[in-house]
Design a protein around this ligand. Structure first.
Ligand code: AQP
Length: 333
């Protein structure tokens, strides 16, 4: 059976990339296939998180899920750390994955930067925990942004090696990434070659879900562009990453293709295009942001959703882990 699983880390303010690359897709998928969506707090602590803030950040992501249209009666929404089976399976997978595989992960190289030896071991084995998140539910599809493609490949490698080494062909499915569609890769507003990211020190590089209308308009106005008017064709747009990004954002927000947006705006300069983009962004993000604020005003209600989701997730996870313990040969299994 088809099953979808994905998550977002409670490690900072959510931005337009998370929204278009992840949240909007989750909300759509829940009606097509059984969907598990978690808040990745165990991933978040691979870099320091203030313990006084972490639970609040988890609720904020949950509020963003709900405000983006995820329905707790349809999808299973839960905090990762509330299902300890994730950690247990991750340990077993740490013994399946190879160092060479992890050495190739570009996200670790980017996030550890110049301070590799001072990074947490967790940051290094992060993709292994991710494999456990996915395979614990035998998920077949994983909606993620383009940046997560390499990690998903590693999940497939872990599944294949586990199935092979323990001689249990087909036990874990090899999940597919769902990265297509508009919004798969939203770039920074300040640099068309870097992805829009929570951890970018410049707040002007991203539109946050909780930004107010004035802030959104100002950030769009300040977005880096070039002096040329918008071209007729996608090919011409490709050579201009910042322009391509703004057109792509417009298209994704409006549920259209970039070609369609170009057909409307070709020949116009950014002086004309940016205000239209700002209006559209405010129109689409404003209600999400308002609903998030409304939900966050009642933390007990969010906690109810998360507790019920965690119970459902554990029900799904426990049988898989019991089988894994048997397969590995653990005592008492
Ligand atoms: N720029 C983006 N365009 C499209 N999708 C994106 N995602 C992230 N950035 C973009 C998708 O959002 C989901 C949640 O990601 P995460 O919380 O695991 O964090 P991340 O992938 O590490 O990306 P962030 O939000 O930018 O955080 P930092 O700054 O820490 O890297 C994923 O599905 C991701 O693909």
């Amino acid at each position: 059976p088809r099953r979808v699983l994905s998550g977002v880390q409670p490690s900072g303010a959510l931005h337009l990339g998370n929204y278009l690359g992840a949240l909007v897709k989750f909300a759509r998928l829940q009606h097509e296939v059984e969907t598990f969506i978690f808040v990745a707090d165990m991933h978040a602590i691979t870099v320091w998180q203030d313990p006084k803030l972490l639970a609040g950040q988890v609720r904020e992501i949950a509020a963003a899920y709900l405000a983006s249209g995820l329905d707790p009666k349809v999808a299973t929404i839960f905090p990762q750390s509330a299902v300890p089976e994730h950690a247990e399976l991750a340990w077993i997978f740490n013994c399946v994955a190879r160092l060479g595989w992890l050495d190739r992960m570009t996200q670790f190289k980017e996030k550890s930067g110049k301070h590799k030896e001072r990074s947490s071991v967790g940051l290094y084995t992060y993709p292994v925990l991710q494999a456990a998140d996915i395979l614990l539910y035998k998920a077949t599809e994983v909606p993620v942004g383009d940046d997560q493609r390499q990690h998903l490949e590693l999940t497939r490698d872990v599944a294949a090696k586990f199935n092979h080494d323990f001689e249990v062909p087909g036990f874990f499915p090899l999940p597919d990434a769902l990265t297509q569609g508009p919004g798969a890769r939203i770039m920074s507003l300040r640099d068309g070659s870097a992805k829009m990211s929570k951890s970018d020190p410049s707040d002007n590089s991203r539109l946050n879900l909780l930004d107010d209308a004035d802030t959104i308009a100002q950030k769009v106005r300040k977005a880096k562009t070039d002096p040329e008017p918008l071209p007729e064709t996608l090919d011409e747009l490709k050579a201009r990453p910042e322009a391509e990004n703004l057109v792509g954002i417009y298209a994704a927000l409006d549920g259209r293709s970039s070609a369609d947006v170009l057909a409307e705006f070709a020949g116009q300069g950014f002086g004309a295009f940016k205000p239209k983009l700002a209006d559209l962004a405010v129109e689409k993000l404003g209600p999400v942001s308002a609903e998030m604020r409304r939900l966050m005003a009642d933390p007990a209600e969010i906690d109810k959703v998360l507790a019920a989701g965690a119970a459902r997730a554990r029900e799904a996870a426990t049988p898989t882990l019991a089988e894994v313990r048997k397969i590995v040969g653990f005592w008492g299994a």
